[in-house]
Ligand binder design. Sequence first.
Ligand code: NAI
Length: 255
Amino acid sequence: MILLMEITRTAVVTGGAHGIGAGIARRFAADGLAVALVDIDRERASSTAEEINASGGRAIAIGADIADPDAATSAVHTAAEELGGVGVLVNNAGFARDSVLPEMTRKQWNDVIAVHLDAAFHTTQAAHSYMRTAGWGRIINISSISALGTPGRVNYSAAKAGLLGYTKALALELAPDGITANAIAPGFIVSDMTAATAKRLGRDFEEHQRIAASSIPVGRVGQPEDIAHAAAFFAHPDAGFITGQVLYVSGGVHG
Ligand code: NAI
């Protein structure tokens, strides 16, 4: 019983240094979870963890390139040692490497598949050992509305759609272990990723957000807190009857 209570309050968030991941980490900490921020940007992960600790939460930073299978696996084991288990895993880290099909390089394809899809396999396999022992777990995969197809992003769309099939298979396979698996598909969220897209298009970021908002039914772009709210819902101990689901958090846009 003690183990069960402890593990429900431990979380690993990949890409937790910044953007959506940092938003999820802050929300989890506010909800009383101890959070490990696993990020390639160790310095920024440390400052986000310090900020969480300064406001009364509990967070640690672990520097790792999760596209490296061994680094992804050992980051999860380190988190488990430091926090006393891994009850909640959020596969969030990632980036886009956009290009139209004829010009997409093998590196652009491979890098995007590795950071989103391959890494989610490696972190989940490592976290599963702790969840299975505890008989409890919450896996949350951050997909995208691009899973439904975005031109100029065949690599990213394939990775994000792959995460949906991955989530549904995990949900069925791990349900007997008391583990749920769900996906969140964000729409436009203000972060470094969307700022980089604006820069690539030669647009001012504010202007880019205004243009994006004009085609979002709720009339605004999203913030990391919007995704954090959905993640907190799936991570909650009361959400044990919800598994294999995809929640579009996109202000009404479905691709
Ligand atoms: P971001 O660029 O603000 O944050 C991504 C984080 O992942 C950064 O802290 C970065 O250092 C980390 N990261 C990148 N590569 C890594 C690696 N190899 N190993 C460890 N950490 C790594 O981006 P954002 O927007 O917060 O994205 C988070 C997730 O949300 C991504 O999976 C992205 O595809 C997804 N998403 C974002 C949307 C948006 O509009 N911002 C929309 C739909 C999905």
